[in-house]
Design a protein around this ligand. Structure first.
Ligand SMILES: [Fe+2]
Length: 275
């Protein structure tokens, strides 16, 4: 099974870059599942009907993950309530929040369990007070699903894919070690800066701390430098503007799983495309 995953897709530059490269990448890598984190797809914050449609019309994506920014727009909450859409919100928000934190997505005969998690270290949004322990939240889901055919009481899936949307590298790496061998792949998002630590962990789980983003190359995590420099200089909040660099960075990972649902390969992909 081949999984192609894109890190945080940031605003219009991110969407346009995806439209440019994805048809070619789809032919080249032949993924069974194509997934993207889209919590920043609508002008850098949240998801709207029209921005979702913009990339969903490519007819390539199987599912979408998200993170802490999805509560910024009421429209995103509506989208999460529509169970027919393959959009996930972090699992470890309490049940009072709309949407689902895990879903089984089917592609041909293959079933992939996708779980979306949110880190708790350095997360300052007000909603983050409502986060439960992410390790225990995954354990609860893994009581019902498995990639290990010896676990006969559980629902067998061909792969288990986790997007851990988090700030702290240590928190992500600990999650990797905790779940190694029990899930197929754990990929990090949220910092928008890719890390060079992609690896297959000792018990066969593909892992990377951060995939990076699909967004303006010369920018502060997607935002224009001008106002951000002002914000740090004056220590007062400034208007956030999308970076207007003509170059857009595409950060992704390609993961190949074997028949046991564990990883044979993880490769980080990074390309710069002209807007
Ligand atoms: Fe985020």
């Amino acid at each position: 099974m081949v999984i192609l995953f894109f890190g945080d897709v940031f605003g219009r530059p991110g969407r346009e870059a995806l439209k440019k490269i994805l048809p070619n990448w789809y032919k080249k890598y032949k993924p069974d599942f194509t997934i993207a984190n889209i919590e920043n797809i609508a002008h850098g914050s949240g998801i709207t009907y029209s921005t979702l449609k913009d990339i969903d019309d490519l007819g390539i994506f199987n599912a979408y993950t998200s993170g802490n920014h999805i509560w910024n727009r009421s429209e995103t909450k509506e989208l999460l309530q529509n169970d027919s859409l393959p959009i996930l919100r972090p699992l470890n928000y309490t049940k009072a929040f709309p949407g689902k934190g895990y879903k089984i997505i089917q592609s041909g005969a293959k079933r992939l369990l996708i779980i979306n998690l949110l880190g708790r270290v350095f997360m300052k949004d007000k909603e983050s007070e409502n986060l439960s322990n992410l390790l225990l939240a995954v354990d609860e889901v893994l009581e019902d699903y498995s990639i290990d055919e010896m676990e006969i009481t559980k629902d067998m899936v061909d792969g288990i894919f986790i997007d851990i949307h988090a700030e702290a590298t240590a928190e992500k790496r600990v999650l990797g070690a905790y779940l190694d061998g029990r899930v197929s792949a754990i990929v990090g998002t949220h910092t928008h800066v890719p890390t060079r630590d992609e690896q297959i962990l000792p018990h066969g789980t593909a892992y990377i701390t951060d995939v990076g983003m699909v967004g303006p190359y010369n920018s502060s995590v997607g935002l224009d430098f001008k106002n951000m420099i002002q914000e740090y200089l004056t220590e007062t909040k400034q208007k956030k503007e999308i970076g207007d660099d003509p170059l857009v960075e595409v950060g992704a990972v390609l993961i190949k799983l074997n028949k046991r649902g564990l990883a044979d390969e993880i490769k980080h992909l990074r390309e710069l495309v002209q807007k």
